[in-house]
Design a protein around this ligand. Structure first.
Ligand code: FES
Length: 107
C-alpha cells in the first residue's frame, strides 16, 4: 500500500480500510491522516492543547489538533503530531519529508 519509490507512493486500493487506518495511526510524524467518507472531520484523538517542539537539525513538530490552510485555499486537519519543514528542502512543503537528513541540515 505504501511504496516511497513509486509514484503515486500510496495505493489505497491495495489494502483493506482497517489495514490503512492501522498504518496511518503508526505514522510517527503525523504526515499521514485519514477520514471516513461519511464523516466531515478527520479522526480527532488528541486534546485541544497544542505543543510546538523544535527538533535540532530537523522539523518543527506540532502536537495536537490543528488546521493547515494551504496556499490554494484548501484546509487539512491534522492531529497527533504534525512535522513541518524547517530546512526548506522538503518536496512536500509545508510538511517535513525527511530530506533534512540528506542535506545535513544544521539548525
Ligand atoms: S525539516 Fe525535514 S525536510 Fe525540511
Amino acid at each position: 500500500m505504501f511504496n516511497p519509490s513509486e509514484k503515486p507512493w500510496i495505493k489505497p486500493n491495495a489494502a483493506s480500510t482497517d489495514r490503512i487506518i492501522e498504518q496511518v495511526k503508526k505514522c510517527p510524524s503525523g504526515a499521514l491522516s485519514y477520514y471516513m467518507n461519511n464523516q466531515k472531520e478527520n479522526n480527532k484523538e488528541t486534546s485541544a492543547e497544542s505543543i510546538v517542539e523544535v527538533v535540532p537539525k530537523g522539523p518543527l513538530l506540532v502536537y495536537g489538533n490543528i488546521t493547515v490552510k494551504a496556499t490554494d485555499g484548501s484546509e487539512h486537519h491534522k492531529n497527533k503530531v504534525t512535522a513541518f519543514c524547517r530546512c526548506g528542502a522538503s518536496l512536500n512543503k509545508p510538511y517535513c519529508d525527511g530530506t533534512h537528513t540528506k542535506i545535513d541540515f544544521k539548525g
